[in-house]
Design a protein around this ligand. Structure first.
Ligand code: SIN
Ligand code: FE2
Length: 219
């Protein structure tokens, strides 16, 4: 375990700093820190009703990341494909409502990144444990690519890969820490992205876990 888990060596994770990633994408360092307590409580409430589970890709692979959702629509995958569903396939109930602190964080982060009037109807919550990873992909199961993606990271750090519009473009690697928010939209909306294998670490609020939640306008 290392000690520099929550702050990188130099200034980049200083709360409030905006780091551009592209013409219409950026990292808002520490943007979620002021509401971390409410966010963690809300995650516990959502996952009590809709537990984290490991889903299977259309190709038959079990994802190393466990996921759940809140809000009117939830992203799911199974042998039949990737899609959004208003119903949790595990419980057959609607997904839990999007907590108010989630929605206001998503909207204020979108606005800070230059996207006014973001109206997310889906929030995918991913849980990474050391050894979990997410391969390079585009978020393209949504109806409307005019609205951005807002992605909040809590818990242990991870390395975000942010590529181009084709799988061949070499991604840049951006370390993400507890409280960081990444926003991409507009000309950057369909850029490939992923998460490198998460390393062993411990976080005081979340233990050996990274929780990422991603807001989208899906329907
Ligand atoms: C995702 O692309 O759905 C997740 C990205 C992340 O975990 O930061
Ligand atoms: Fe994604």
């Amino acid at each position: 375990m290392t000690l520099d888990l929550f702050e990188p060596e130099a200034g980049p994770s200083v709360e409030g700093r905006i780091e551009p990633l592209g013409p219409q994408s950026c990292v808002l360092r520490g943007f979620a820190l002021p509401t971390e307590q409410a966010l963690v409580e809300s995650i516990d409430q959502v996952t009590a009703a809709a537990p984290f589970r490991h889903m299977v890709t259309p190709g038959g692979q079990t994802m190393s990341v466990a996921l759940t959702n809140c809000g009117p629509l939830g992203w799911i995958t199974d042998r039949r494909g990737y899609r959004y569903s208003p119903v949790d396939p595990l419980t057959q109930h609607p997904w839990p409502a999007m907590p108010a602190c989630f929605l206001s964080l998503a909207q204020s982060a979108a606005e800070a990144a230059g996207f006014a009037d973001f109206t997310p109807d889906a929030c995918l919550i991913n849980r990474y444990e050391p050894g979990s990873r997410m391969g390079l992909h585009q978020d393209r199961d949504e109806q409307d690519f005019n609205q951005p993606i807002v992605s909040v990271s809590l818990g242990i750090p991870a390395v975000f890969q942010f590529g181009g519009l084709t799988r061949q473009d070499r991604p840049t690697r951006i370390p993400l820490f507890h409280g960081d928010v990444v926003v991409w939209g507009g000309v950057d909306r369909l850029r490939f992205h992923g998460i490198l294998t998460v390393k062993e670490a411990m976080h005081p609020l979340l233990g050996a876990r990274r929780i990422n939640f991603t807001f989208r306008k899906a329907g």
